[in-house]
Design a protein around this ligand. Structure first.
Ligand code: HEC
Ligand code: HEC
Length: 323
């Protein structure tokens, strides 16, 4: 008996003595370190997801209620993830769809979905029951996000307070197959986030994750007009105001060719200050969620600018607010 106990103990002591020449052999310490590291990395994942959901991919723009009594309709506090905002023919939807409840409510939200099911909806537009989501939900773009970014969003979404809001069923006038876009890849497994050292490529990745294209590229019969990539011209009629997306290609006469990187960055940073958007702008309002994009990292905003400098300049004059 005692021999059985003694041998492993002696072995352990010997191992400790041997290894203590190289590393500290304090079991207690190393467990604490591992645990803290795990908690740290879980917190980091949620922080990254929070950043993407609020300031880049803007899940919390469409899936919350927006307050258009302020410039650019910042989300109303306490409505995060509850859904209910509707999109209709005025926004090129053949029918009416509603941003769904993506809080962890188990009846009306996605509380019963697995992480993989949520990731599938984000990247491939497939709901838990197999239905295809209308691609106004920017899954064709999110399909290009890295697996780490997608799952960090999933981890963050799970931390949102459950809300029991019941969202109405969508009504589409065309079969979903007609709206279903070809996806670049079946799953984001093979996508990776480009290294920040390649700022243009990284900027392209961030701009895709931010779905800037969806508003800044005109559409014809539900299809993007690619020769006018980022050249503006989508008209948004929100009832209380009408705004047309501007040309953000490097064309110097009609696009943002004359904007320096500093000007571009300042334009976004301006809206970090609540005072810049809290007053009711009346008819000169914007659908672009400036209050949310404003808190993108400076580096990410500059990277998007650098990417935008590399796309073809398109001459396309736009009046944001035609009378
Ligand atoms: C431009 C608006 C918009 C943005 C941005 C957006 N969504 Fe959506 N989302 C929608 C709409 C609209 C639907 C419903 C589509 C339909 O009914 O066909 C939807 C559906 C969903 C669903 C399916 C829920 C269900 O019950 O089937 C999930 C999950 C979801 N979105 C998560 C997200 C996440 C996470 C993000 C950010 C990465 C995001 N959405 C960004 C508009 C948006
Ligand atoms: C929901 C639609 C929408 C999205 C998404 C969107 N924009 Fe916009 N954007 C607009 C509209 C509409 C305007 C014009 C009104 C205004 O100035 O806010 C605009 C204005 C701008 C302007 C000002 C240009 C000028 O001539 O004054 C820039 C720059 C810009 N957007 C860049 C971007 C970038 C970069 C992204 C992605 C990170 C983006 N937008 C995403 C709709 C959108």
């Amino acid at each position: 008996m005692s021999k059985n106990y003694a041998s492993p103990a002696i072995c352990l002591i010997l191992i400790c003595i041997t290894f203590s020449f190289f590393i500290s052999c304090n079991g207690g310490d190393s467990t604490t370190t591992t645990k803290t590291t795990n908690e740290d990395s879980a917190t980091k994942v949620i922080e990254r997801g929070n950043y993407l959901a609020h300031h880049v991919a803007l899940c919390m723009d469409c899936h919350s209620q927006r307050d258009f009594a302020q410039f650019s309709g910042p989300p109303k506090a306490g409505t995060e993830g509850m859904g209910g905002d509707s999109f209709n023919d005025k926004l090129d939807v053949p029918g009416i769809i509603y941003a769904r409840n993506i809080t962890s409510d188990t009846v009306n939200g996605i509380g019963k979905w697995t992480d993989d099911e949520i990731a599938r909806a984000i990247t491939r537009g497939i709901s838990k029951n197999g239905d295809t989501l209308f691609p106004l939900m920017p899954y064709p773009h999110y399909n290009g996000m890295s697996k780490e970014d997608v799952y960090s969003i999933v981890a963050y979404i799970r931390t949102i307070k459950p809300n029991s809001n019941k969202v109405p069923e969508r009504k589409l006038m065309i079969p979903m197959a007609m709206a279903y876009p070809p996806l670049r890849s079946e799953s984001p497994e093979k996508n990776s986030k480009p290294d920040v050292s390649d700022m243009v490529k990284y900027g392209g990745y961030m701009m895709n994750s931010a779905a800037c294209m969806d508003c800044h590229t005109p559409m014809d019969k539900g299809q993007f007009v690619m020769p006018k990539y980022m050249a503006g011209g989508r008209k948004f009629d929100l009832g209380s105001f009408v705004v047309t997306s501007p040309n953000i290609t490097p064309d110097s006469a009609t696009g943002i060719g004359k904007w320096s990187e500093a000007m571009f960055l300042e334009k976004f940073k301006l809206y970090r200050d609540r005072a810049a958007y809290s007053a009711n702008p009346g008819k000169n309002n914007s659908i672009m969620p400036w209050s949310m994009y404003a808190n993108m990292d400076d580096f990410d905003i500059k990277a998007i600018y650098r990417y935008l400098r590399t796309i073809p300049a398109v001459n396309n004059h736009i009046d944001k607010y035609p009378l």
